[in-house]
Design a binder for this molecule. Structure first.
Ligand SMILES: Nc1ncnc2c1ncn2[C@@H]1O[C@H](COP(=O)(O)OP(=O)(O)OP(=O)(O)O)[C@@H](O)[C@H]1O
Ligand SMILES: [Mg+2]
Length: 212
C-alpha cells in the first residue's frame, strides 16, 4: 500500500481539501483507496460523512500508536491518503516515518514556506537515515487564478530544499462548494478544478510508483 500524507502545521493551507481531492482522484482512476483522518478536528471525517453516497472509505486515527492498524489495511487497499494533524508533532513524526510521499501544501507566500522549516528539517532527517524515504514535495495551493508564481516562492522552496510539485492548485469556489457537501470538484461543474485535481493525481501516481 502506498501512503501519501498531507502535512503542514499551518492551518488553512488546504490539507483536508487536498486529501479529499486526491483520494477521490485516485478512486476515479480506478485505484483502491482509503482516507485516513489523523486530525482531532475531524474535517476529513465530516467531509466523508456529509454525503451518504461518498464512495471513499475512511478511518480516523488520532493516536500515533494506532497507525499500526494501517498494516491491516494494506491487504485491502492500494493507497492510503492521510490528512495530517496540523499541530501534533508526535503524529507528524510518525507519519513522516510511514509515508511514501509527504506533500506539504503551501499558499504561495514566502512567509508560509519559511514557516514549514521545522517540518522540512524533520522530513530531511528521516530521508538521511533511510536514503531518501519519504519522498517529499511542496504543493502550491490556493494560488490566485491568472497569477504567476512569484520568484520569491520558488526561491524559498529552493532554500528549504524541498522540490515543488509541477501541479498547482488554485483558489476556486469549486473547492469549498463541493467539499462542503461531501464531494469534490471532480463531480462539480468547474472543468479547471477537475483538470488540476486529475493532474495532481497523475503526478502523485508517477512520483510514488516511479520512486519504488
Ligand atoms: N483551492 C482552494 N480554493 C478555495 N478554497 C480553498 C481551497 N483549498 C482550501 N480552501 C478553503 O480554505 C479553508 C482551509 O482549507 P483546509 O481546511 O483544507 O485546510 P487545512 O490545511 O486542512 O486546515 P487545518 O490545518 O485547519 O486542518 C477551507 O475553508 C477550505 O474550503
Ligand atoms: Mg484540515
Amino acid at each position: 500500500m502506498y501512503i501519501v500524507c498531507f502535512l503542514n502545521p499551518k492551518g488553512g493551507s488546504g490539507k483536508s481539501t487536498l486529501a479529499a481531492c486526491l483520494a477521490s482522484g485516485l478512486a476515479e482512476a480506478s485505484e483502491s483507496v482509503i482516507a485516513i483522518d489523523t486530525d482531532p478536528q475531524g474535517t476529513l471525517t465530516d467531509w466523508q460523512a456529509s454525503d451518504p453516497e461518498n464512495p471513499i472509505p475512511l478511518v480516523q486515527i488520532e493516536k500515533p500508536n494506532n497507525l499500526k492498524t494501517l498494516q491491516d489495511l494494506a491487504a485491502t487497499y492500494g493507497w492510503a491518503v492521510i490528512d495530517g494533524a496540523g499541530r501534533t508533532e508526535e503524529m507528524t513524526g510518525a507519519l513522516i516515518r510511514l509515508a511514501d510521499l509527504a506533500i506539504t501544501p503551501v499558499v504561495p507566500s514566502a512567509f508560509d514556506l519559511w514557516a514549514t522549516n521545522d517540518l522540512v528539517e524533520a522530513i530531511q532527517e528521516r530521508q538521511e537515515i533511510t536514503g531518501g524515504q519519504p519522498q517529499a514535495r511542496f504543493l502550491v495551493s490556493r494560488a490566485g487564478v491568472h497569477t504567476r508564481l512569484g520568484q520569491e516562492v520558488v526561491a524559498a522552496a529552493a532554500d528549504l530544499g524541498l522540490p515543488l510539485m509541477g501541479s498547482r492548485i488554485h483558489q476556486r469556489q469549486a473547492y469549498p462548494r463541493t467539499t462542503g457537501e461531501g464531494r469534490t470538484p471532480l463531480t462539480g461543474n468547474d472543468p479547471s478544478a477537475k483538470h488540476e485535481i486529475r493532474g495532481l493525481t497523475r503526478e502523485v501516481i508517477e512520483l510514488v510508483q516511479g520512486g519504488q
